[in-house]
Design a protein around this ligand. Structure first.
Ligand code: ZN
Length: 175
């Protein structure tokens, strides 16, 4: 296994809607490396385009927070239902040192193929719901900072430019 390079804010692949995966077997060669990359960077989820793969799949593992969770692969994930709202602080491996409280749905229903190519559809809540929504956004070219109000966005404009240029902002911020 080897860790992959995580692309940062400013890389055009983060703004692209990823290509559908035709066969679950196509993602298999990347799963272990993506998980290793995510663990090394202490992330809870990683979308394929964050490691320069134009493929609609993501890995998520929150087992360090929730005991009965495990490393999951979601292929061609599509949110088919939403319920409620919740606010939670988010960060992103592609937008380092910037954290912000973001409002999203409390629960989501997700349609996807699992790592064996079997179609699944189920509801997720809590942290899992949060990570799923963040990663599905990535696969559609959306970043969590897109949800900030213009005033809050103004506070990170310079930092985003610094990330695009050097890979990290000169100072971090929590909004
Ligand atoms: Zn992210």
């Amino acid at each position: 296994m080897s860790a992959l390079a995580v692309v940062k804010y400013g890389d055009p692949i983060l703004r692209k809607k990823t290509a559908p995966v035709a066969d679950a077997a196509d993602v298999e060669p990347y799963i272990e490396d993506m998980l290793e990359t995510m663990y090394e960077e202490a992330g809870m989820g990683l979308a394929a385009n964050q490691v320069s793969l134009d493929m609609n799949f993501m890995v998520v593992d929150i087992s360090h927070v929730e005991e009965d969770e495990y490393a999951r692969t979601f292929i061609n994930p599509e949110i088919t239902g939403k319920e409620g709202t919740s606010e939670m602080e988010e960060g992103c491996l592609s937008v380092p040192d910037i954290r912000a409280t973001i409002e999203r749905a409390e629960k989501v229903r997700l349609l996807y193929l699992d790592d064996e190519g079997v179609e699944q559809e189920s509801w997720f809540d809590g942290l899992m719901s949060r990570v799923i929504q963040h990663e599905v956004d990535h696969l559609n070219g959306i970043l969590f900072t897109d949800y900030l109000t213009p005033a809050k966005r103004g506070l990170i404009t310079k930092r985003l430019a610094e990330i695009a240029e050097t890979g990290a902002p000169s100072t971090g911020i929590i909004l």
